[in-house]
Write a protein that binds this ligand. Structure first.
Ligand SMILES: Cc1cc2nc3c(=O)[nH]c(=O)nc-3n(C[C@H](O)[C@H](O)[C@H](O)COP(=O)(O)OP(=O)(O)OC[C@H]3O[C@@H](n4cnc5c(N)ncnc54)[C@H](O)[C@@H]3O)c2cc1C
Length: 450
């Protein structure tokens, strides 16, 4: 389907916004539902603004590995028999035997990307690429005047727009790159989310001094990559903490990403939810895999032995000011130790300063006022990942991501996507059945509230 007409007449059960791993996993869950109920499949279509499938392409650095087991793929935890599992992909690629010989639970990100592309290719007819959703509006269909349908406006890469109608949307638009206040990216100042395309646009010889800001996994990986790729360059790592901290992926800590932890978080007391974050933040935020930390320390030590240092760690240091000057950047760093500032002239400055969570309000516009928020101003969420409506809306806005406050630590990660997408698919089917029953019920009989 292309963005050719102005309005598509079909009313979909679901329109998916974004086609990253979350909505890809949902498309698979719906397809597998259709296979088991072919007489009444859920009708759906997905819109993705990228021209083709891509998962954090700008961070597909050589030898970077997944931070989850390959078994936490798009489907296995929901349906171990799925034809979309990572094992099926290996089998289809004639690599299952070699993969097992390799005895590694953590494939490279490049291999996982190939897996995701392989799965997405099977569902091509359900996705329009190069199509950005710009707004979601309520639409009153039949009934008592409460909105029961959604209009989704989609802009194609050629600027044309199309409006599609659905009973539900799944907003899965992903994380939003975050730069420090006042910093804008440009030719020599980059966010990690644009890293590889910015890097490849430069002649390596022009990069004689580069600096990477941040204390997390991406910062450490980019520092290691630049040290490898630019053998003559000075590489500075600007770290707000006293060196990198390790990501805890030991078994007890890993339990916070279990499907069961979602219920425990969602139905837990405020104190329990606080404890999840207080004790287990270090499973994901501003932490680095131990092997990357060791590799970087080893390099710095080897350089010290040789007496020629080009890898520099500036610990407890923050960026005070950034100025882009044509083909260079000037950065003022402030040490937290003595409050002194230091000025660096660099050919590239990379901010691996993380991301903000998904916020559906941008797409919902005024319609956002139809949904409840808690005292802290966060969206109230149903257990099935639907925004809680302020009034009796029957259409559903599901979120995949942006639900850390309600569903816990795995919300923006891959760990739970297979199970989550199954829960969303089940909810769409259940609500549809209840709606259909309501329609056939005699006047005056009790009706469902979903
Ligand atoms: C470098 C990196 C590595 C990571 N590695 C891991 C890992 O190993 N394990 C893990 O659990 N998590 C990891 N994560 C976390 C990450 O959030 C998940 O891997 C995953 O990307 C979540 O999938 P998603 O589909 O929700 O979001 P995304 O992958 O971000 O996909 C969202 C999609 O929506 C599209 N989109 C956005 N807005 C619109 C719009 N308005 N209209 C149409 N399309 C739109 C985007 O183009 C994008 O393709 C990593 C994150 C990064 C940045």
């Amino acid at each position: 389907m292309g963005i050719s007409g102005r309005r598509n007449q079909e009313i979909y059960d679901l329109v998916g916004i974004g086609f990253g791993p979350s909505n890809l996993s949902l498309a698979i869950a719906l397809e597998e539902h259709g296979a088991s109920a072919p007489e009444h499949p859920v009708t759906s279509h997905f819109f993705e603004r990228q021209p083709e499938f891509g998962w954090h392409r700008n961070m597909l650095l050589p030898s970077t590995t997944m931070q989850i087991s390959f078994l936490k793929d798009l489907a296995t935890f929901r349906n171990p028999m799925s034809r979309f599992s990572f094992i099926s992909y290996l089998h289809a690629s004639n690599r299952l035997v070699q993969f097992v010989n390799n005895q590694d639970f953590y494939p490279t990100r490049q291999e996982f990307h190939q897996y995701l592309e392989w799965a997405a290719a099977s569902l091509n007819d359900q996705v329009t690429y190069g199509a950005e959703v710009t707004s979601i509006r309520p639409l009153t269909g039949d009934g008592d005047g409460t909105p029961d349908l959604l209009e989704i406006e989609v802009r194609g890469s050629d600027g044309t727009t199309e409006v599609v109608t659905a009973r539900n949307v799944a907003v899965s638009t992903g994380l939003v790159p975050r730069l420090p206040e006042g910093v804008t990216s440009g030719e020599r100042v980059w966010h990690s989310s644009e890293f590889l395309s910015r890097f490849r646009a430069q002649a390596p010889d022009d990069l004689k001094h580069v600096a990477v800001v941040g204390a997390g996994q991406s910062a450490a990986e980019i520092t290691r990559f630049l040290h490898d790729e630019l053998p003559h360059a000075q590489v500075s790592a600007v770290i707000p903490s006293y060196g990198y901290s390790v990501a805890d992926d030991t078994p007890f800590a890993n339990q916070v990403f279990d499907p069961g932890a979602v219920d425990e978080y969602y139905f837990g007391t405020e104190r329990a939810q606080d404890a999840f974050w207080r004790y287990h933040r270090n499973t994901n935020y501003a932490v680095v895999d131990a092997d990357v930390i060791r590799a970087l320390y080893q390099r710095a030590y080897d350089e010290q032995v040789r007496g020629s240092r080009r890898l520099h760690f500036r610990n407890l240091t923050r960026v005070d000011q950034v100025e882009q000057l044509g083909s260079a950047a000037r950065v003022v760093l402030r040490s937290l130790l003595d409050d002194r500032t230091e000025e660096l002239a660099v050919d590239a400055l990379v901010f691996a300063t993380g991301y903000d969570g998904l916020d559906p309000a941008r797409l919902l516009g005024d319609f956002d006022g139809h949904f409840q928020r808690d005292a802290a101003g966060r969206h109230r969420m149903e257990r099935d990942y639907r925004l809680v409506p302020a009034s009796g809306l029957t259409c559903g806005v599901y979120l995949q991501g942006g639900t850390e406050h309600s569903h816990g630590l795995s919300s923006s990660l891959l760990s739970n996507i297979a199970v989550r997408s199954g829960e969303i698919a089940d909810s769409i089917v259940l609500r549809r059945t209840e709606r259909e029953l309501d329609r056939t019920r005699p006047m005056g009989a009790a009706s469902s509230t979903v």
